[in-house]
Design a protein around this ligand. Sequence first.
Ligand code: MLT
Length: 392
Amino acid sequence: MSVKLTIYPDECDAFGHLNQASYLALFERARWELLARGPGMDVFERAEVWPAVRRATIDYHAGVWPGDVLDFSTELVSRGRTSFTLRQRAVRDRDARLAATLETVFVCIDAEERPVPIPDAVLAALAAEPRRTPLPSGVTLAWDEAGQGGQVVVLLHGYPFDRSMWRDQLLGIHGHRLIALDMRGFGASDRGEGPLGVGDYADDVAALLDALAVQRAVVVGLSMGGYVALAFAERHRERLAGLVLMDTKATPDDEAGRKGRDDAIAAITTDGTTKPVAAMLEKLFAAETPAEVRERVLAMMQRATPTAMIAALGAMRDRPDRTDLLPQLAEIPALVLVGNEDRLTPPDANRFIAETLPGADFVLVEGAGHLPAMERPATVNEALQAFLDRVV
Ligand code: MLT
């Protein structure tokens, strides 16, 4: 999630531009803002551990002037037992130029200033290490969690992505317990054995909810995650508190689509994932999607293993038509979102879902392609937050 801060004249120096001494304060403010929007500013206090800065390295790349808006992003780049390193980037909003980067090494200390292990709650907040839950099927699923109260919200990623695609939602949605999981084989979840259907991924969601003693949840699925969410609606309807479908389809693959899946399976089997990933990458984004988001998505796709991708391709190829299911979900609050520049699961396919799913709201996300949750997180979070707040 990004934090945008406007530069004031009193942060600038005699030459008129943002003074290097002001940068540290702005980076710090962006970090606190992230905590405030995510796990709460008191996440360290609650664990009785304090993050002491051991080293801060800053690089300046472009000038910034009063009235400029800087877009700050923060990522965890490494962690040890007691220390962790955050990398922050400040990008000029008006022309997307990188203005400065800051790398900060923190050591967790207790009240006596002794180094202590990074608390679990902090790690979860930083989304460094997922939680892991073994399911009765023998497969262990990895998942991240943020927030509390309100609804339990399960976030299901698309193909070939992982739970990290929901980072901005975990940081930016409040008052609900969000669970972003890696579907079988993706991210840090086990692949298990044998071929998979979308119903298997849906049953994993139900088994994870069982393990967490959660009876009902709002299920949010993007693209393949949407196919799985619809399978969940079919198989576990009594557990569905709400349904959010993003950039997905209710209809099955046609013959050409199924052949495309078989060709991709053959290509991955013989040559690995590079070419199918490159081919998909070309179609994913809106014209205006920033380079930083494109890089994150590419890195995520490069992490996907051939076995996970092959299993998912088979599951998507064989998924059934869910058109007839939609009218039967009349009692389930529903929201459908799609990027207006989505070329893989175009707006019309999603408008069709919204028109067939009784009472569903429809949001067309301007300036987004297939991944609005990453490309336009502020718009998606606003729509999701409003939806979740009114689901009872
Ligand atoms: C996805 O993002 O999950 C895929 O584009 C879905 C698909 O290939 O049908």
